[in-house]
Design a protein around this ligand. Structure first.
Ligand code: ADE
Length: 421
């Protein structure tokens, strides 16, 4: 697998299929292509060496091409051992991208590839989950002085970065791409909502209608999953720890209960909390026979799989990304995608059109960071609202949708206080 040539992918002969998938993704990523067109002319990323730890999917491939069009050199690895699309990785390697990634990579390879990215001496980092930033701070700290900034794609990564900032451990500026409205209000809600169910269905092939589906966590991702599951005819149960979110779930029409109760009723349990051991060792024996478990949170620690392996008498992989555990009682519990992000481990992640918005955020955040590097604080930086608005406009244009604009009279009215009843 090691080509010794600046890449390590599963099989370079998959490149042709990868290019087809990339082109198909790009056909739905018009907003990002608009950014690419401008980048090709203006080359705003000239001189940038971008270290990338993202899910190497066809959509990420479209971002990679866009950043390169802007003049950047890239070194790419995965941010999850199961999320690489091998054909896409092959196509990118074939296009001359330094990429080290394959689906199912070992933990050793995962960290070796992160090291390869660090050794490319990036002056900008692009992360989904903060493993690259963490690796740089822990083991390659000599790089931090030459790093202009980095960007973080996901909620879990932002939480880790804020914890680093709090501890005075974060040593270079980070752009909170996840916090753009055009990212989290769409990617987390629509993207995770659809792709999580896609992953569970590809793994298990079950019918959702009539099932009791428990969703743990009612943030933007969990609420997206709940509404899609409901739309497919499931009876949705929500578990939460945060009172306002629990109340939202109740008023959205779902039953809210503790996980200890939910495990007794659920046919499918989906964790998406960002927390740890939301399904713990004690829960397994209380589950219904045939319960299906899936995780859509960033890390594979929401379901206590070590605990399950401990109590189970047998584990068999019965389909791709679908393991059956036998408990001492004879009951079975099924786990999708080894408890890793089910939408990427068992399916293809969020649809391209959703990722177009998220990745416009990445491309434009990189451009902004380079232009404004002297104004960024060492810590987590919010991205200006104008960029958010611009992304929405690009996406509306790509969709061929026109919207209204305020008349002068309306604008004056909205900024005045004199007019009343
Ligand atoms: N995260 C979720 N879905 C994704 C996708 N399709 N590509 C890259 N990152 C993702």
């Amino acid at each position: 697998m090691d080509s010794g040539d600046g890449y390590e992918v599963k099989d370079l002969s998959l490149a042709d299929q990868g290019r087809k998938n990339l082109d198909w993704a790009e056909s739905q990523m018009g907003a990002l292509l608009k950014v690419r067109e401008r980048f090709e002319q203006e080359k705003p990323l000239e001189g940038m060496r971008i270290g990338v730890a993202l899910h190497p999917t066809k959509e990420t491939g479209a971002l990679v091409r866009t950043l390169r069009a802007g003049g950047a050199e890239l070194a790419v690895c995965a941010c999850n051992p199961l999320s690489t699309q091998d054909d896409v990785a092959a196509a990118l390697a074939d296009e001359g991208v330094n990429i080290w990634a394959y689906k199912g990579e070992t933990r050793d390879d995962y960290y070796r590839y992160l090291t390869n990215v660090c050794e490319s001496e990036p002056n900008y980092t692009l992360d989904d989950g903060c493993d690259l930033v963490s690796e740089i701070h822990n083991n390659h700290s000599h790089l931090v002085d030459s790093i202009v900034a980095g960007a973080e794609e996901t909620t879990t990564g932002i939480i880790r970065l804020r914890a680093m900032e709090e501890d005075n451990a974060l040593k270079y500026p980070m752009m909170a791409v996840n916090d753009l409205k055009t990212k989290h209000l769409f990617d987390n809600y629509l993207g995770t909502g659809q792709s999580t169910i896609d992953g569970i269905l590809r793994a298990s092939s079950i019918l959702f209608a009539g099932k009791n589906v428990a969703v743990a966590g009612y943030g933007p991702c969990g609420s997206g999953i709940a509404v899609r599951a409901e739309g497919m005819g499931a009876n949705v149960i929500v578990t939460e720890v945060e009172p306002i979110r629990a109340l939202q779930a109740v008023t959205d029409g779902y039953r809210v209960m503790p996980m200890n109760d939910a495990v007794r009723e659920a046919d499918v349990i989906i964790t998406v909390t960002g927390g740890k051991h939301v399904i713990n060792k004690e829960h397994f024996s209380a589950m219904k026979d045939g319960a299906i478990l899936a995780n859509s949170g960033h890390f594979d620690i929401e379901i206590d799989l070590a605990g399950l392996e401990d109590v189970a008498t047998k584990k068999e992989t019965i389909r791709t990304a679908f393991d059956r555990y036998t408990l001492p009682s004879g009951k079975h519990v099924y786990v999708c995608g080894e408890g890793r992000l089910v939408n990427l481990a068992a399916a293809e992640g969020h649809p391209s059109i959703v990722m177009a918005q998220s990745f416009c955020g990445q491309a434009l955040a990189a451009e902004y960071a380079v232009k404004h590097k002297d104004e960024l604080k060492v810590g987590v930086n919010e991205i200006p609202e104008e960029i958010d608005t611009h992304i929405a406009e690009l996406q509306l244009e790509a969709l061929g949708v026109q919207k209204d604009t305020l008349t002068t009279e309306q604008r004056e009215y909205l900024s005045s206080w004199q007019e009343g009843t």
